[in-house]
Each structure stands twice: as C-alpha cells, then as structure tokens.
Design a protein around this ligand. Structure first.
Ligand code: FO1
Length: 334
C-alpha cells in the first residue's frame, strides 16, 4: 500500500492514468478539507470531490473541478433572483454566531446561498445535497465519502483528512476571509498577512487516515500551505508522517510554480516560494521528485523527470519517478 495526500489538482493529475503504476485499491488518497465551505446549507468539499470525480471519470478536466458537461441552471437562477431583489452579489459570510451554531463540520466556513459566489453545477449540487443529507442523518464525513465512492464507482479509497472542522482562513490587508473567498472571489489578489487553520488544535485525523499513514506516503505537487497546511496543522498527522517514508513531488521548477497561489501563500507564511521552500515546509520528507530543469540541491535523495502534468501519459511518467523515489526513501512497496 502507498498513501497519497491531495489538495486540489496536483494529486488527481498525478494519479490520472497511473493505475498501472499504483493500483487504485492499494493507493488511498487522503484529501484536504480546509477548503470546504457550507454554501446555502450544503457542504461542498472541493478537494474530496476533485479526487472523487477524477477517479469516477466524471471530472471536468478543463477546470479540474466540478463535473464535465454539467449544467448550471440553479446557479444562474440564484443570480437572477438576487439581481431582481437588488441584493448584493459576492460571498455572503454568515454572522459570527451562525458560524458555530450550525453543523459541527461546517464551522467557520458558512456562507449564505444568496447569489451563490461559487459556481455549483446541477449534477455537482446533487452530490452536495446527498452528502449534506447523509451528514444530517448522523453519518461522518468519512462514512459519507465512502458511500459516494460506491455510488460513483470509485475503487480508490478517498479519505477526508478529518471528521472535525478545520477552516483555512486567509488573513489579508482586507481582513480575514475563508480560502474560497480569497481564491474564487478575489482571485488571490489581496496581500496576504498570514494563514490560519481554524479548529486544527482540536481536530484529529480519522482512524482510517491514521491507518493509511502507516504506509509509505506520497505528497503530490500541491500547495504546501493551503493544501497540506490543514493536515500538517494536526499534531497526530504530522507525527505520523515523521515515522513513515515520505516522497514529495515539488509543485515548483526552482522558483516557478506550475499553477495556483502557492508562491504568494508561501512567502506570506515565511517560506521561500521555490522547491527549496517546499523542502523546508516538509522536513519529514525522505526523498523528492523534481523537474529535470530544477537544479535545486536539497541534501535529500532526488529523482528528476519532466513534472509537467495534464495528461494520463504525464501522470504515468511522474508516478514512475515517484516509485523510484519511494525506493530511495526506504519504502518497502508491496
Ligand atoms: N473555482 C473557481 O475558480 N470558481 C468557482 O466558481 C468554483 C466553484 C467550485 C465548486 C465546487 C468545487 O468542488 C470547486 C469549485 N472551484 C471553483 C474550485 C475550488 O475553488 C478550488 O480550486 C479548490 O478549492 C482548490 O483546491
């Protein structure tokens, strides 16, 4: 068994087309839930869903979120209604008291559905309604995700990092805001002062995650701050990584990032925005996969390949390099 850690797109892209290298049933994916929001009463789990939809062959591979060819009728109607009512559009974060008085798992990331600020497709929304309904019936997020795996014919175990709430809050020059407000609404433009993983001190990885972390671990080319940060903010999670072989794929080529706000968030949290900064953020990593054009000297074992991802051929090539790096990290991969 080998366990993969996933944020948004890095790990799903890495595993896309790599079933020959890492058999799905033997390679669980632990997903970040710091990005999750409750929107209009529905729990939306973007990183869990990108993995679910990718593995279930439903994913919109243009955006790497949502379902391919989905319609957006409900989303459009929400905007038409808000406009007709003269209501302000944009994220509508619920009042402070509402942030802790509703569903436990949705703490500190509860937004009104008026003029829905994130686009939810109609089929995508059916997943959120089912997930939220099952949570309200008393199931945990882990149990619900297993049910969704079955429903979407996903063979790879998909594990939310925790059944406790952890909310990624970005502190900016414009004030604190949830990561989705920073990313989707502000397009990561505001200056970042710090990043907080609210709830992490009282949150823990699930038993299923702790079991999965007994195996060698692969960190895909994810954002070390908002994708991995919520996991690493839980003591038991970090400790588990310290006692198992870990391979990380850098999301940078030296100081050039492939996509997303990783560079800006790293600088704001005291890391260099580069492969060297990633290595500093992952002191527990035993080996790295770097791009062939990345000459960073890490003083830890490195395997180099073309790390650009986007096609199944890319995923397969980088997964072969990950396999080599696992051996250098001392992993016994059965
Ligand atoms: N990203 C956007 O840029 N705009 C959106 O409207 C948007 C909606 C959305 C809905 C469901 C979902 O699962 C993901 C969605 N994303 C959207 C992606 C998401 O914001 C991020 O890319 C991830 O959270 C980063 O990992």
């Amino acid at each position: 068994m080998v366990t993969f850690l996933a944020g948004g797109t890095g790990t799903p892209k890495l595993l896309d087309g790599a079933d020959d290298v890492f058999a799905p049933a033997e390679t669980p994916v632990v997903c970040n839930t710091g990005d999750d929001v409750e929107l209009g009463g529905l729990l939306v789990c973007p990183d869990v869903d990108t993995t679910l939809f990718s593995e279930g062959d439903l994913l919109d591979r243009e955006t790497w979120w949502g379902i391919a060819d989905d319609t957006t009728e409900t989303h459009e109607e929400l905007h038409a209604l808000a406009e007709a009512a003269g209501l302000e559009t944009g994220p509508r974060y619920l009042p402070d008291e509402a942030q802790t008085s509703g569903r436990y798992i949705a703490r500190w990331r509860r937004f009104s559905g008026v003029a829905e600020f994130m686009e939810l497709g109609d089929r995508d929304r059916a997943v959120h309604i089912t997930r939220t309904g099952l949570l309200d019936e008393g199931k945990t997020l882990t149990e619900v995700t297993e049910i969704l795996c079955d429903a979407l014919s996903v063979d790879r175990p998909v594990l939310p990092m925790s059944d406790d709430p952890v909310a990624s809050i970005v502190h900016t020059e414009e004030g604190p805001m949830h990561f989705q407000e920073f990313w989707v609404h502000h397009r990561a433009a505001p200056e970042v002062e710090s990043v907080e993983f609210r709830g992490a001190d009282d949150a823990g990885p699930t038993d299923a995650v702790l079991d999965a972390l007994d195996a060698p671990v692969v960190i895909g080319p994810s954002n070390p701050i908002t994708s991995l940060g919520p996991m690493l903010a839980m003591d038991a999670f970090r400790e588990a990584l310290e006692s198992t072989p870990v391979v990380a794929v850098s999301p940078f080529v030296e100081d050039r990032v492939f996509s997303g706000p990783a560079g800006k968030l790293m600088e704001a949290t005291g890391y260099e925005a580069s492969t060297a900064g990633v290595a500093e953020a992952y002191p527990f990593a035993d080996a790295f996969v770097l791009d062939s054009a990345d000459g960073t000297d890490l003083h830890r074992p490195v395997v180099r390949t073309d790390t650009e991802l986007g096609t199944p051929e890319d995923g397969q090539r980088v997964c072969r390099a990950v396999e080599e790096a696992l051996a250098l990290a001392g992993a016994e991969v059965s």
